[in-house]
Design a protein around this ligand. Structure first.
Ligand code: 6PG
Length: 380
């Protein structure tokens, strides 16, 4: 503060919690200083070669930084992966959701890797080939690409591949957890992201997991034919990637209303097409879906995506039931399928929950055949 003068601009390019950004912006405004929250994604390479930038804050201040951001950002077919997203903490908020989606996609990738190993007995070379082939198709994405490279990396301190020597405890810095916490506040279901956070927590319980494995034992999972399994796994990963983006984008649309961000989801999908960790071929289609219908409340309601989803469903159901029968944990995949099945159910059994609430607490219920709020004396 002592080094700043009126009309100076501070850009926060870190993974800051959006409520901190709002507080900082409001405080600095009283001192005549502009504050700008800009989410930045792309890791160390992105920092040097061009990240995706998600700026939010004062529109006036954006004019000052726009040429700089556009020059340093990643480019997708010549278009800069940066755009003014909205007022206040819009930029940090969008980056938080980006990270929630990142957690979801990473969890799903790890499950599919595990499934191919356990059900198909694929070795690391075969796993590398599967992910490499997928990266040349509709699953083309940064995370699938680096997964294929990781699987091919030799251990520089011993024999075999490095991936097999890495301890299976995933750390986190909190941005995925923030996404889940905020989704609960907003009342938006994002179970594919929630479970990715829980799985990092579960992975940390290594000592207990080893004890429990001994106590309960594990049976050998059944083997599936490799070719068919790889094909089904591709469909399942594609399905669950779409579901994860759909959940994150749904949260963004609700946050836009709640916090007055005035977000344009098409623009957000557009600036995620290159530079960031969740960049994927799929984002070009997502951009199109929101450009055609800016008011789309959920990607699953887009007819083009509905067609894609329907084509993958049989494989997803088969793999989720394989996992359940054989004790191979596929929580991201099964949560994605459950979300899909619930979201596409015109009637859910929550009528019973309403009846229970009314029974024990007179919480009232609505009826399907009449307007109004009702209460019943349930006990005979
Ligand atoms: C990015 C990443 C990055 C994030 C790391 C670590 O977009 O470049 O999201 O901002 O800090 O991925 O996240 P975790 O430590 O929580 O896994």
């Amino acid at each position: 503060m002592p080094l700043l003068s009126k009309d100076d601009l501070i850009i926060d390019g870190g993974n800051s919690l959006f409520t901190d950004t709002d507080r900082r912006e409001a405080y600095l405004k009283t001192k005549g200083i502009h504050f700008f929250g800009a989410g930045v994604s792309g890791g160390a390479k992105g920092a040097r070669k061009g990240p995706s930038i998600m700026p939010g804050g004062s529109r006036e201040a954006y004019k000052e930084v726009k040429p700089i951001f556009e020059a340093v950002s990643a480019k997708y077919k010549g278009e800069p992966c940066v755009a003014y997203l909205g007022p206040k903490s819009a930029g940090n908020y969008v980056k938080m959701i980006h990270n929630g989606i990142e957690y979801g996609l990473m969890q799903l990738t790890s499950e599919i890797y595990d499934l191919l190993k356990k059900a198909g007995k694929l070795n690391n070379d075969e796993l590398h080939n599967a992910f490499d082939n997928w990266n040349n198709g509709r699953l083309q994405s940064f995370l699938v690409e680096i997964t294929s490279e990781i699987l091919a990396k030799d251990d520089d301190q011993g024999s075999g591949q490095l991936v097999d020597k890495i301890l299976d405890k995933a750390k986190q810095k909190g941005t995925g957890k923030w996404t889940s916490q905020n989704a609960m506040d907003l009342g938006i279901p994002i179970p594919s992201i929630d479970i990715a956070v829980s799985m990092r927590e579960l992975s940390a319980l290594k000592a207990d997991r080893l004890k429990a494995e001994k106590l309960y034992g594990r049976s050998q999972p059944a083997t599936l034919s490799k070719d068919n399994l790889v094909k089904m796994a591709e469909e399942a990963l594609y399905f669950s990637f779409i579901i994860t983006y759909a959940q994150g984008l749904h949260q963004l649309s609700e946050a836009s209303e709640e916090y007055g961000y005035e977000l344009d989801l098409g623009t957000i999908a557009k600036i995620w097409r290159a530079g960031c960790i969740i960049r994927a071929g799929l984002l070009a289609d997502i951009t199109k879906a929101f450009q055609q219908n800016a008011g789309l409340s959920n990607l699953l309601l887009d007819p083009a995506f509905a067609k894609e989803i329907k084509q993958t469903l049989a494989s997803v159901r088969q793999l989720v039931s394989y996992g359940a029968t054989n004790g191979v944990p596929l929580p991201g995949l099964s949560n994605s399928l459950t979300y899909f099945d619930a979201y596409t159910s015109g009637r859910l059994p929550l009528n019973l929950i309403q009846a229970q609430r009314d029974y024990f607490g007179s919480h009232t219920y609505e009826r399907t055949d009449k307007e109004g709020v009702f209460h019943t004396e349930w006990e005979a």
